[in-house]
Design a protein around this ligand. Structure first.
Ligand SMILES: [Mg+2]
Length: 306
């Protein structure tokens, strides 16, 4: 396992000896963070987003139950797995902890082997959940984000753009004569071509929030927050050039002897009252226009300021 894969465990306990014992125990396998009270636990959890928190129930400033309640109330930390470590060994304490959403409950004095086994188990659950989340958001063929993921992010970015009076650019990219390509070269070759185009679309994205997603069939969508129309058209032009440079032969195309794409785009201008569905429709309309104009071109909606 390389360093980037090392999972993070936050040990929260007001007792310095417990912290040290647990920390030393976990260090060989995990990245360990320490917190000595409830406030520090919340602060470190929000800052480092650990995969798991070993949480002492009895702490002077804030008990573990309250810490857990606050973690769950913050969307950022709501999903962090928590194992309570407690000197309270009444069944109702354990039941209470689990009912509040803790993954597990370990009674002090703890046994090192048992702690390690339970930590390993719950971290495995965390890894599996992440993998499922990833699979649910990724298109299997192109490995781009899928439509479901795009829909989620688009709504989020559109609202963010409206709130912050920022531009938001959206482009729909469609491979020209793709049916003819598949008919002429076969579906495995069609899949390879689609993957190649997808890779270039993803590589063309510039900002961390930019997203290239597979919208369906041979159609990709490019989401570019905080990107004005001119800049977005530059990004799209770069992607189209890169695709042309692949020189994928397409003898059955009536557009060009190589594989080409058509693109339609639109930009939400700062201060605009346009709805997310309207912006999407505008990009779609301009894709249609690009197709009507003979394909192998990109047409952007004229911006108000242009
Ligand atoms: Mg304590």
């Amino acid at each position: 396992m390389n360093v980037a894969d090392t999972q993070k465990v936050l040990v929260a306990d007001d007792d310095a000896i417990n912290r040290e014992v647990l920390g030393e125990l976990l260090k060989p396998e995990y990245t360990v963070l320490l917190a000595k009270n409830g406030a520090q636990t919340l602060e470190r959890a929000a800052r480092h987003l650990p995969d798991l928190i070993l949480l002492d129930v009895m702490m002077p400033d804030m008990d573990g139950y309250e810490v857990l309640r606050r973690l769950r109330a913050d969307p950022q930390t709501a999903h962090i797995a928590v194992i309570f470590i407690s000197g309270l060994d009444r069944p109702e304490d354990e039941a209470n902890g689990l009912k509040m959403g803790a993954s597990d409950y370990i009674v002090k004095p703890f046994n090192a082997t048992v702690v390690m086994a339970r930590v390993a188990l719950h971290l495995q659950v965390v890894r599996q959940r992440r993998m499922l989340e990833r699979l649910a958001n990724v298109d299997g063929l192109t490995e781009l984000a899928n439509r479901r993921r795009f829909d989620e992010l688009y709504e989020h970015e559109w609202q963010r753009a409206r709130r912050g009076s920022q531009p938001l650019s959206l482009a729909l990219l469609d491979i020209d004569a793709f049916k003819q390509y598949n008919d002429r070269y076969g579906h495995p070759a069609g899949d390879r071509a689609l993957r190649a185009v997808s890779r270039l679309a993803a590589a063309g994205m510039r900002r961390p929030a930019d997203l290239a997603a597979r919208y369906g069939g041979e159609e990709l969508v490019l989401l570019m927050p905080e990107t004005g129309a001119l800049e977005a058209q530059g990004v799209v032009a770069g992607i189209c050039t890169a695709i042309a440079q692949l020189m994928i032969p397409h003898e059955a195309s009536n557009v060009a002897p190589i594989l080409t794409v058509s693109v339609g785009g639109a930009t939400l201008e700062p201060g605009s009252r346009e709805q997310s569905a309207e912006l999407f429709e505008a990009a779609d309309t301009h894709l249609y226009r690009a197709k009507q104009a003979g394909r192998n071109c990109s047409i952007w909606r004229e911006s108000a300021g242009a």
